[in-house]
Design a protein around this ligand. Structure first.
Ligand SMILES: [Zn+2]
Ligand SMILES: [Zn+2]
Length: 352
């Protein structure tokens, strides 16, 4: 894409959401600051939360730079820049990145909740008016602040394998971590087999778990079965020592909770829009059955690394690209959101 300085300006092409509409903007970037990493986007994916934004289900600033899943190639970085593993990051290297920039020093960062940092910047949810402006992956450029976790992607892996590393894959790794090491080898219920649920199925199956899946879409259920899951018998299997709610459907939380065995754990990750999925809950259900409920929203740096490690080690032969639509060119991003809204694909793949 044409993003070279033109008349002194350094321009990025970014899909934005403004005044109820998705559009494409040419945005002038400031000179890159020390510690920032500039990437040229190779591939990006529209996530369900991007769809929530453009459907007005969550607050969004004017001129929101859309998209937080993507893979890019380093265009410009400090000499000596390194990724989370200490691998040098040089121009031409491919990289994936987490969807947040954290300060690293506040009480939340100090307690392992960097994704909820007091001064967090969330990629895909900030205005192009806010520095560093290029904070959406549905773009030809993205600029990573110094607090953004980055991992270099070795050669030999397709862009489509790693494109969802920064959201669905890392979130699934966080869910698996929240389920606890005692989940290995046991029965697990996964409710909802969108991208996050599908990655959970594959990760749990890889840990020797028997993974039951509740999913209304036959296509998604079939995909989850191919990743090692099996249908929850009549939707009434169990009880399960571990259940994961990854659908975000209002009924799914209680359904999953009711399927958890005495002493078990429910990892709730699907409901991300406060107010949209309210349920009536009798706390006695939790108390008398000694059930733990853990909420997971986004992920730690450690889960990001574990998720990418899992992808690179185990993801290659699983056909995970079936979670993606055929590629949609960035200028046709409104078609991409329409495709996402119709729900035929867990993710819509976008190429700049
Ligand atoms: Zn912080
Ligand atoms: Zn996402």
């Amino acid at each position: 894409m044409d993003t070279e300085p033109r008349g002194g300006a350094d321009l990025a092409t970014i899909a934005t959401f403004d005044d109820g509409r998705v559009g494409i903007e040419r945005v002038e970037l400031s000179p890159r600051k020390a510690g920032e990493v500039d990437l040229t986007v190779l591939a990006a994916a529209v996530c369900g939360s991007d769809l929530h934004t453009v459907l007005g289900h969550r607050p969004a600033p004017p001129r929101t730079a859309l998209g937080h899943e993507g893979v890019g190639v380093v265009r410009d970085a400090d000499p000596g820049a390194r990724d989370l593993r200490g691998t040098p990051l040089r121009a031409g290297d491919r990289a994936v990145f987490a969807l947040y920039a954290a300060c690293g020093t506040c009480d939340r960062c100090a307690s392992g909740l960097a994704m909820k940092c007091r001064s967090v910047l969330k990629y895909g949810h900030e205005s192009v008016d806010r520095e560093p402006r290029a904070t959406g992956t549905l773009a030809d450029r993205v600029r990573l602040l110094p607090g953004v976790p980055v991992l270099r992607v070795p050669d030999g892996h397709e862009d489509t394998l790693v494109v969802s590393a920064g959201c669905a894959v890392a979130t699934a790794a966080e869910i698996v971590a929240a389920a606890g090491p005692e989940a290995a080898g046991r029965d697990v219920l996964v409710v909802g087999a969108g991208a996050v649920g599908a990655y959970c199925v594959a990760m749990f199956a890889g840990m020797g778990c028997r993974v039951a899946v509740r999913e209304v879409s036959e296509e998604r259920l079939a995909l989850a079965e191919s990743l090692g899951g099996h249908p929850d018998p009549g939707g009434g299997g169990g009880p399960y020592p571990v259940a994961v709610e990854a659908s975000g459907h209002p009924d799914a939380f209680l359904g999953a909770l009711n399927a958890v065995d005495v002493g078990g754990r429910l990892v709730a990750a699907g409901s991300v829009s406060p107010g949209a999925t309210a349920v009536t809950l009798d706390p006695a259900l939790l108390v008398t059955r000694r059930i733990s409920v853990v909420g997971v929203h986004n992920y730690t740096l450690e889960s990001f690394v574990r998720g990418v490690d899992w992808l690179l080690e185990h993801g290659g032969g699983l056909g995970l690209e079936r979670l993606l639509s055929p590629p949609v060119p960035l200028p046709e991003i409104t078609d991409g959101f329409e495709l996402m809204r119709r729900g035929a694909y867990a993710r819509v793949l976008v190429r700049p």
